[in-house]
Design a protein around this ligand. Structure first.
Ligand SMILES: [Zn+2]
Length: 215
């Protein structure tokens, strides 16, 4: 294989739904995404977040795309997901004036090489023309992966995990961006810190909402 064919092969995109060449989510598969309504919701036990917006359920192609983005190093999927998100937002006026990614601990950023929430913020910010505050909120202690934890364990696991630098988010309406919300414990823990730092409102925005079954 000559070099240009190798490059074509490496950068070819195949639909995560049907395998068709072109984009990660082809126009046909876009018609059958697991959409949910875009009204803001609260999850039980949340006290600080003003509401969460998630246009999709964590199922099917959306689930596959997020797994690729998070665990298989397919960073380019971020732009596709940000695009989908922006299309959903077009018809809904969303509150918020600045995007803030849910931070990962530096140790996990080193392992993965990037923070997927930061990539989503960056790509979405470009499309909908909102600034991104990528360094204000940070994770001050390393926490366990939430995947196998019950709802209460998740809440305790992230309590006190986040801190804030500077005053960039003071008096601001913040849109906290993450890939998936499950129990909402992480978003609420971030919102607590932001409100204590003077943010006026804190909304969550995630690609998908996952039903939490274990607790
Ligand atoms: Zn497809």
């Amino acid at each position: 294989m000559n070099l240009s064919r190798v490059i074509d092969f490496l950068f070819s995109r195949y639909c995560l739904g049907c395998g068709r060449e072109g984009d990660f989510i082809c126009s046909f598969c876009r018609q059958r995404l697991p959409r949910r309504d875009l009204h803001p919701y609260h999850l039980t036990g949340q006290r600080f977040i003003d509401g969460i917006y998630s246009p999709f359920f964590f199922q099917g192609i959306i689930r596959r795309a997020i797994v690729e983005l998070k665990y298989r190093n397919l960073k380019a999927v971020s732009a596709t997901l940000a695009n989908l998100l922006s299309e959903c937002l077009k018809d809904n006026s969303l509150p918020g004036e600045i995007l803030v990614p849910v931070p990962l601990h530096p140790k996990r950023v080193r392992q993965r090489g990037y923070n997927q929430s930061f990539l989503l913020c960056r790509d979405l910010g470009r499309i909908i023309d909102l600034p991104v505050a990528g360094n204000s909120l940070f994770r001050s202690c390393h926490t366990r992966q939430q995947v196998d934890l019950s709802k209460e364990e998740r809440r305790l696991n992230v309590a006190g995990a986040f801190s804030l630098h500077g005053e960039e988010l003071k008096e601001k309406e913040v849109l906290l961006v993450d890939d998936v919300s499950t129990t909402g414990a992480t978003l609420d823990s971030c919102a607590k810190v932001l409100k204590a730092g003077g943010s006026r409102k804190v909304w969550g925005l995630t690609i998908a909402q996952e039903e939490h079954e274990t607790g």
